[in-house]
Design a protein around this ligand. Sequence first.
Ligand code: NDP
Length: 475
Amino acid sequence: ATAQVGVVGLAVMGRNLARNFANHGHTVALYNRTQARTDDLIAAHGSDGNFVPATSVEEFVASLERPRRIILMVQAGAGTDASIDSLLPHLEEGDIVVDGGNANYEDTRVREEKLRARGLHFFGVGISGGEEGALNGPSIMPGGSKEGYAQIGPLLEDISAKYDGEPCCAYIGPDGAGHFVKMVHNGIEYADMQFIAEAYDVLRAAGLDTKAISDAFREWNTGDLDSFLIEITSEVLDQVDASTGKALVDVIKDAAGQKGTGRWTVQNALELGVPVNTIAESVFARSVSGHADLRAAGQAHLSGPDQKFTPDDVAALIEDVRQALWASKVIAYAQGLDLIRTGSLQYDWDIDVAEVAKIWRAGCIIRARLLERIRSEYAAGNLPTLLAAPSISEGLANAQNGWRRVVADATLAGVPVPGFASAVSYYDSVRAERLPASLIQGLRDFFGAHTYQRVDVEGTFHTEWSADRSETKEA
Ligand code: NDP
């Protein structure tokens, strides 16, 4: 046995992860269900490092040093279970199996329990950064046993992205913790992209051409908004379609796809009772975009306002949109991190939110300058919400006028801004001294005797709505 680590599944992600290990001087065992992928990898990159290609699972397992460290990069779900089942008969106590796919954390919990019962360490590891990240350094979110992490952690940290020399990989927590954090990462990514799309749409509605919008994003990327997604937005906007000569973005069909991690985030947030409004709006916005019948009916039957979007001062509008984008982004991070905190309490994961922000600073799709500030705020103290951090609340206070103007002006002009509007409503909801939930409680008590509490007297009360409307105190 000569290989320190093995990769099963050599499609784009596994292939690049295997190359990344090899580039870091590790000997990498390779296996893929369809052998052609293994052969391709060896043909193209076999001389870049030390690879041990295997044609069978047995051969693959035999080529690994013990405890064996095996990374699965196969299609999430059935592919993961099939790969685990084919490996299991050949593994021995103490071996480590890492699922680097986008698994649902609940499945990871089940798999971890099953493998633990056989004396194996199973890791659910969130990997973000796409194809390029897998090759040059992704952000890695590992969940599993601490004992197993001692064996696999250093290897993962070695190939991860680095931020100021620090690895973007850290132990997250037991069983499903890593995949849960990756799920929320993707939920935040949905929100980030929705805000970017709304910023583009508002500027477009105000009459800016694609070039001017691209320039605005490029400029924003030099300040507080500095992030991978803002950076690639200007590149996508600059792309000219070869066949029509138009901006590529103008010939791409306006229907966004999704693979499910955004939806999972929202489903889990609903289960755990954590308001992740902006993420939910982002998932729904993609769903509206793909609803052809609904949109055709809306276009046929619904009229917009007379008001057009004609700002007198374009530079001021661009600055307002920047504020809206930054503030909304902060809200989405706050909501996502809240979900992580609550999930951690629910499952006893003991996740350190500062560590999560730390490993998101480079390598992953949502990497952004803001994350260093978030890390330092969480590291400084236990925050009930990110919004309570002094530098964050101050930033939001400064951004709010521009943010509110964008939501108001866009709405008056009939430009949809579900993400921005949801973010500002959340901000106003959590800071409100009194919410209209009192009326909701009154209504619930009226039709369902659901009772209510009073602001002035302890206890639970009910009004006899269908009788004399007197109030009774519940025993
Ligand atoms: P795919 O998700 O397209 O999966 C293809 C790989 O899975 C192939 O190696 C395929 O083998 C293998 N596979 C599928 N079904 C089975 C099975 N039943 N038994 C054994 N092997 C099977 O590949 P990607 O590289 O895109 O992604 C790998 C994982 O990484 C996925 O879970 C994905 O969600 C996750 N991921 C992907 C990212 C990306 O940017 N693409 C980013 C982060 C995570 P074969 O060649 O024989 O068909």
